[in-house]
Design a protein around this ligand. Sequence first.
Ligand SMILES: [Zn+2]
Length: 335
Amino acid sequence: MNLFSRICPCCNTKEIHIHTHYKTQAHGPRTIYHCANCGIYFSETVETPLAGLKTPVSRIITILKARTDGMGLNATARTFSVSKKSVIDWEKRLGELKPTLMLYTMLHEFIHQDIEGDELYTKVAKNVAPSVSEGWTIVLMEQASGFLWELHCGRRNQQLFEKALTCLAQVIEKTGSLNLLTDGERRYSNLLFEICHDLILSGRPGRPKRRLRKGVRVRLKNKGSQKRPGRKRQKYQAPIPEHPETQHDVTEQTIHANHVEAFNASIRRRNAAFRRKTNTYAKSRKDLQRTLDVYWLVHNFVRVHFTTKMVPAVHLGILSVGISWPQLLTIRYAV
Ligand SMILES: [Zn+2]
């Protein structure tokens, strides 16, 4: 899968050739291709976020950059004299690339990953109790690269955790060995165990034992309540039974590293809906998810990470260089 190759949108063949160039009012020259196989003619922007847009690309990029650097929707509309509707439309178009880039990422294999799980909270629509708020966001972040596997918001319920761990199960399929490090929330480990376990056949009668998939370990950071007299308090726990043939260990350093914390600070700076004590929060769960999808793309594939000084997707080994903003807008939807 090549993110930037041009193929025929009708029959997917690579045997296309340039038919003509034409000049657009705002975008400069554009190319029309012809497919020798099925005979259709198509523009280079077909099925990309830019399809049918008349606004100059440079303006769209400037505005989307401001948004992903923390400018609220209203402020963006005022500053750039652009309608909120246009900004929302561009963000939707960009966010729709997420499945394509996820598919691309999942085509790779990984040797080892340490993944931190955490939940972030912000207000949605109006101020309600956290238990009924739709502003919970599950973050699954790979420690070394800062790559975000999961960034989904909703009510803090079973469904939200299930979604995240289904994604994690797919990552596990592609990874040799993996550690999941979470806070005290036990739903991560319990659900992961449900989705992703092996049966150990011992040859003895009775039901085979269930163990977490080979190569996977889960650690919980305990917060108190483990004190028993005479026993040293454990700092972390392995909450679910692990496979006897899992070889790697979880180092103290891995457990204590807290990369999501730094990420939380960054998202509060860069996504207006996560800013504390303001009224710039999202109007609905869907609106919040739209901004999170854009954040996911830009964080993983475009922006240089503040600690590693590399684009997370490059650090993860799935790209040789980061994707530029103009390139991002010309990726064709594959899903
Ligand atoms: Zn064709």
